[in-house]
Ligand binder design. Structure first.
Ligand code: FAD
Length: 394
């Protein structure tokens, strides 16, 4: 039975990325009707991998999607960090054994399209969710007892409240927070996905491997039950382009990666076409709800990817928000305030720490030496302690 505020008015969601879809599903699980608008002609995710810490599985379990997400994923035995010039191992952190005991939930890596597809399928199976594509939300009005959104074609749609899951360049955020464009970090990520057969056997690793170099780093790990191999190369550059799908210049990449280990260069050479992300984030804010409108995921707290947590945080947001709304279905204003109150410090910490990790991965000279001593000198329990605030949550 649908529990919606104001009789039949559903909750409206703008954006059908990972955050929007999981929010729609988490609400429907609570019996709440949802209407979701996605601007693109179809629901899809870019071709790239995503790491999933134990914290996302804790909330996925609550909404019954843990096993479905794991079914497509790869479970890396360890995370490894190596010096990209000398090849020396800086640290190796097993993700089974003691890690599993400590955090109870698994660590996994998956294709973005796979987790997004799982959320989409879950939404499609619910008769409380209406999914609409080629529908861009342009603006909204908050009438106090309901909201109206105006779509790109001028159509006006009424709902009980609006949850903006419209990502890093959120239009709704402008009205709620008003902090302008995202902060350009000066770092660019190039990404590519190979089939297993394309990867030479001596370069294939089951672990998540991070090669730390001066002002750059390179990460690789398998995807989709080991059928694919994900490559991400990150380096410093002032180039700016909005969106997540521009083609990246190979010359620019080689300029930044010359002199690194042959294992790194041989993998980079395998890629014909790189896709590029100009990495941005924002300063954390405390207040991202106004009346019957709130933000979620990258719209609320966009972060650099160095802790591999943006999608994990969006999923945590979704489950917390759905619980708050379920507790007060007729009072979304209070539910939104309670949701942001519970979320802002945790997400802010990830935003800030992701910047620190970025500096850390790209360190040079003495700073890099200190990093290697500090990270390499830790015992495993100390390493697990250092991430307990993150993986032990939410
Ligand atoms: C290089 C890189 C690596 C990453 N690695 C990881 C990782 O390992 N682990 C992890 O957890 N996270 C990772 N992330 C972060 C993660 O990708 C994002 O945090 C997550 O995708 C955010 O999801 P979202 O739904 O909030 O936003 P988005 O994925 O940006 O989705 C927004 C959706 O809204 C739609 N939209 C926008 N405007 C409108 C509008 N006006 N009307 C209707 N629809 C609209 C868009 O078309 C899109 O579908 C990484 C990010 C990058 C850049």
């Amino acid at each position: 039975m649908a529990r919606t505020n104001g009789g039949s008015a559903p909750f409206l969601i703008s954006g059908g990325g990972i955050g929007g879809l999981v929010t729609a599903y988490a609400l429907a699980r609570q019996g709440i009707a949802v209407r979701l608008f996605e601007q693109s002609p179809e629901f899809r995710e870019v071709g790239a991998g995503i790491q999933l810490g134990p914290n996302i599985f804790r909330v996925l379990e609550k909404i019954g999607l843990k096993e479905a997400v794991l079914a497509d994923a790869h479970r890396p035995p360890a995370q490894e960090m190596r010096d990209a010039i000398t090849g020396n191992l800086i640290t190796r952190v097993p993700l089974d054994g003691e890690f599993s005991k400590r955090f109870v939930q698994p660590y996994a890596v998956t294709h973005r399209a796979d987790i997004h597809g799982t959320f989409l399928k879950a939404c499609q199976s619910s008769n409380l969710i209406t999914l609409e594509t080629s529908r861009r939300v342009d603006s909204y009005e908050d009438h106090g007892d309901r909201v109206t959104v105006t779509l790109e074609n001028g159509e006006r749609v009424e709902g009980c409240a609006l949850i903006a899951c419209d990502g890093m360049w959120s239009r709704i955020r402008d009205r709620i927070v008003g902090d302008g464009k995202p902060r350009v970090s000066g770092h660019i990520a190039y990404r590519a996905v190979l089939k297993r057969a394309q990867v030479p056997a001596d370069l294939w690793r089951s672990d998540v491997v991070l090669w730390a170099g001066p002002r750059c780093h390179f990460v690789h790990y398998p995807l989709r039950r080991g059928e694919l191999y994900n490559l991400v190369a990150v380096f410093h550059s002032d180039h700016y382009e909005e969106g997540w799908n521009a083609e990246g210049s190979k010359d620019l990449l080689w300029k930044h990666f010359q002199g690194l280990r042959p294992e790194v260069l041989r993998l980079l050479e395998l890629i014909d076409t790189w896709r590029m992300w100009v990495l941005c984030d924002r300063e954390p804010v405390k207040d991202w709800s106004k009346g019957r409108v709130t933000l979620l995921g990258d719209a609320a707290h966009p972060m650099l990817q160095y802790l591999a947590q943006g999608a994990c945080m969006a999923t945590e947001d979704a489950v917390v928000l759905a619980e708050k709304i379920a507790a007060a279905p007729d009072d979304p204003v209070s539910a939104f305030k309670e949701y942001q109150q519970e979320r802002y410090l945790r997400t802010a910490r990830v935003q800030i720490m992701a910047r620190v990790y970025g500096e850390f991965y790209h360190a040079r000279g003495v700073t890099a030496e200190l990093r290697d001593i500090a990270v390499g000198g830790r015992t495993l329990p100390q390493t697990y302690d250092s991430v307990a605030w993150l993986y032990g949550g939410p």
